[in-house]
Design a binder for this molecule. Structure first.
Ligand code: FMN
Length: 137
């Protein structure tokens, strides 16, 4: 089945605690598994960056629901394209809190979020494409 990958950037409406993030992750994992959606969610200094991948209709409907969530605002789609393969095959959803500097790939991921915030490219690549590449490698 063909799949799409959607990447968006948004701002949290308040500072997220570890418990807040875990609660988002808990519900996301449960729902996404049912929808055949995989992906990853990154949080850094009040910004969310999320990758959703799965069947196009499922991804678009899920994004519409997530977008309305009052825990974040100003959501902006950076990327929504068909893909041959999933990048995050192992996770119905995964959370990386980049405010915790122990995070794997910390520097690269912070750079992606910074570039996305300011609409900057990283080399010749858009932030969303850079993000997907980090995890394909
Ligand atoms: C940044 C962010 C990312 C989210 N990601 C997901 C997600 O991947 N899947 C999901 O089902 N809900 C996600 N949610 C939660 C949804 O907005 C919504 O609260 C939830 O899907 C409602 O689930 P329910 O219909 O089972 O009550 C996210 C919320 C936020 C703030």
């Amino acid at each position: 089945m063909s799949i799409n990958q959607l990447v968006y950037l948004s701002q949290s409406t308040r500072k997220m605690s570890a418990e807040d993030l875990n609660e988002i992750l808990r519900v996301a994992k449960e729902n996404n598994q049912r929808l055949d959606v995989t992906g990853s969610l990154f949080y850094n200094g009040g910004w969310f960056l999320q990758v959703l991948e799965g069947p196009l209709d499922k991804i678009n409907a899920l994004y519409k629901k997530i977008e309305r969530d009052p825990r974040h605002k100003n959501s902006r789609i950076l990327y929504n394209e068909p893909a041959k393969f999933r990048t995050f095959t192992r996770w119905s959803m995964n959370m990386t809190n980049l405010d915790d500097r122990q995070a794997d790939k910390y520097a690269q991921l912070v750079e992606v979020i910074d570039a996305a915030k300011t609409d900057r490219k990283i080399g010749a690549m858009s932030p969303a494409v850079s993000l997907l590449k980090i995890f394909k490698e």
